[in-house]
Ligand binder design. Structure first.
Ligand code: NAD
Length: 276
């Protein structure tokens, strides 16, 4: 039997520590994945306007028939909608597609620093929260200087920063900075988009615990205090990725996984230069 774990956010709300990621899940694939996940016990789904599947995520949520207040739904504002008024309009569009009357967490997807709009965008998120349309507001792919600017200019801290983290790219410095600020850290591409699953160190730890490589990596995120959103559209893998609450890694496992960290382990774009 699995027991959900939650992390307390700096605004008093709580986020389930494991969620389902749905990037690149299209159409009915996304709808069915969301339903399978909720049936398996997940209560947290991570989508984004740019994934093009907010409508199907909403359908999957309704198919599952779970009370709204038991679920934690995240979506993200895409870069082309940054700016105060355009953020308010983009939020309305996302909510219409999702078919929800409030959102649990809204994130600015990328700082896109060359646009120079992320502070205005953050002010719109603050307004949406004040209006009761969003429970919690946060960011994704923000570096220190971007966090410092939005906090400095509004006095409002994001509850979370969703950044690329997996055993091959562990981001110790950003995690320390988040801890100092009281911001939770959420790991995107937590399995390294699947690339970490055949790593011999991970495979060895998996054999030792009688678990799969995916379960070992997800457990590493949990034991590291991270919120984690592994993606799968395969029902058996969705179940497997949530069956991670009945074991813990040992100190020597954590030390072995630490040795996989690499300064050039990043798979996705660099937030300082990403300009799309
Ligand atoms: P991931 O690290 O979750 O890896 C997903 C891939 O791993 C799957 O496509 C599948 O091939 C494989 N996999 C999953 N479970 C498995 C299992 N049990 N056994 C074998 N293989 C398995 O990759 P991701 O989708 O890039 O990241 C997860 C989520 O993070 C996304 O879906 C999205 O919600 C979010 N994300 C956010 C950003 C951002 O900029 N904020 C960027 C990328 C991803």
């Amino acid at each position: 039997m699995t027991t959900q774990m939650t992390i307390k956010l700096n605004d008093g709300n709580a986020i389930p520590q494991v969620g389902l990621g749905v990037w690149k899940a299209e159409g009915d694939q996304a709808r069915n994945a969301v339903k399978s996940a909720i049936d398996a016990g997940y209560r947290h789904i991570d989508t984004a306007a740019t994934y093009g599947n907010e409508g199907q995520v909403g359908e999957g949520v309704r198919d599952a028939g779970i009370a709204r207040d038991e679920l934690f739904i995240t979506t993200k504002l895409w870069n082309d909608a940054q700016g105060y008024d355009s953020t308010l309009a983009a939020f309305d569009k996302s909510m219409t597609k999702l078919g929800l009357d409030y959102l649990d967490l809204y994130l600015i997807h990328w700082p896109a620093p060359r646009k120079g709009l992320f502070v205005e965008t953050w002010k719109a998120l603050v307004k949406l929260k004040e209006d009761g349309r969003i429970r919690s507001i946060g960011v994704s792919n923000f570096e220190r200087e971007h966090l410092d600017r939005i906090i400095g200019e509004t006095g409002v801290k994001p509850v979370i920063n969703q950044i690329e983290i997996h055993p091959g790219f562990q981001q110790a410095e950003m995690r320390r900075h988040h801890e100092e600020l009281g911001i939770a850290t959420q790991s995107w591409s937590p399995l390294g988009q699947g690339s970490m699953l055949s790593n011999p160190v991970i495979e060895e730890i998996a054999r030792k615990h009688g678990k799969s490589p995916a379960q070992v990596i997800i457990r590493w995120h949990l034991d590291s205090g991270l919120v984690v959103i592994p993606k799968s559209v395969t029902p058996s893998r969705i179940v497997e990725n949530f069956d991670v609450f009945s074991f813990r890694l040992e100190d020597d496992d954590i030390a072995s996984i630490s040795s996989l960290d690499s300064a050039d382990g990043r798979i996705g774009p660099d937030p300082m230069t990403a300009d799309f």
